[in-house]
Design a protein around this ligand. Structure first.
Ligand code: PMV
Length: 327
């Protein structure tokens, strides 16, 4: 017998950052991603007669009239209901997100994760990690074409992860806490287009493109070692070299290059774009907490739309991210 839906069900998910390895990860190279809990998504589901109603900052209205560019969310809701053997009606869903969209911060994966969790909660069904990843993957495929899967693994993890396509992610050892500053160019990137452009390059400028992808894979392995040894100077250097390869691959742009330059001039140990690129955000490795705050101020002064800075530490293998301040 089916159990009656709950009155109010909530599902949530946090944002993510790719430390190193984006784009190369699509070609089977490893990448390292960090949970970024300072910004997150909440999906709240309540009983409501009739067809599904969606309320969000980007669209309010019936699910069936959702605009084309948000069809990934509709697919996610419908596929989740299908998996649960329920009709997609009889509820309203309110999606609240503090993750800016299209900035390489995993907003689409986080929204899909929150949506799936809230629907399972609403229908009182237990949700396995495998089912969650399968449903989020469908929504991500709609949004991104052929995603590697790193975003959905990172937004569902509480710890930094080592990710390789088609494999389960692993925990990354971190010897020494480090401080990351995120700066938003304020411009929406297009991950789908950036991934496709590298695919095209791969066909026409094969050797050079392959070389950059392989180099990013090597840099990710070096980053894993630097994190294990607590060698932040080495980590900073790796981030800088990764940015050089992303420039070669054509996924950086003038706005990103400018913020990377600002970071380096302000003494960051390293800086690079994070996520799909061509807009979106950069990350910078600060020397310590006070330096992170200074870097954030420099970014805002240089025209960044917003910044966040936080510490990733290790305490008996428990990794925590703490927002020191945001703007
Ligand atoms: O969704 P974004 O912009 O954070 O990018 C995800 C990382 C890529 O490597 C660029 C794409 C992928 O599917 O791995």
């Amino acid at each position: 017998m089916l159990e009656l839906p709950q009155q109010l069900a909530i599902g949530s998910a946090h944002s993510k950052l790719i430390l190193v390895g984006e784009h190369a990860v699509v070609y089977g190279e490893p990448a390292i991603a960090l949970p970024f809990p300072s910004i997150h998504v909440k999906s709240i589901v309540q009983p409501n007669e009739g067809p599904v109603l969606l309320e969000s900052s980007f669209y309010v209205g019936p699910l069936n009239s959702i605009p084309e560019k948000l069809k990934g969310i509709a697919t996610c809701i419908k596929q989740t209901c299908k998996k649960l053997n329920r009709e997609p009606n009889g509820f309203r869903m309110h999606i609240k997100s503090t993750i800016p969209i299209g900035r390489g911060l995993g907003s689409s994966a986080a929204i899909a994760t929150a949506v799936v969790r809230s629907l399972y909660h609403f229908f009182n069904e237990p949700l396995s990690k495998d089912d969650l990843l399968e449903l989020v993957h469908m929504a991500e495929t709609y949004a991104h074409g052929s995603p590697s899967g790193i975003d959905m693994e990172a937004v569902t993890s509480d710890a930094p992860i080592w990710f390789e396509k088609d494999k389960r992610s692993k925990k990354v050892d971190i010897k020494q806490a480090f401080h990351i500053v995120v700066a938003d160019t304020g411009r929406i990137g297009d991950t789908h287009a950036a991934v496709s452009s590298i695919k095209e390059k791969y066909k026409s400028i094969t050797d050079q493109t392959k070389y950059s992808i392989k180099s990013l894979g090597h840099l990710t392995k070096e980053a894993k070692r630097a994190l294990k040894d607590g060698d932040l100077d080495a980590l900073g250097d790796i981030l800088n070299r990764a940015q050089d390869e992303l420039v070669h691959l054509g996924v950086s742009d003038a706005g990103i290059d400018y913020l990377v330059k600002v970071a380096r001039q302000a003494g960051a140990l390293g800086a690079k774009l994070t996520g799909g690129g061509r807009g979106g955000c950069i990350i910078a490795l600060a020397k310590h907490a006070v330096h992170a705050k200074k870097l954030a101020e420099r970014f805002l002064h240089a025209g960044a739309d917003q910044t966040w800075h936080f510490q990733i530490g290790s305490d008996e293998n428990q990794y925590t991210t703490t927002t020191v301040s945001g703007s």
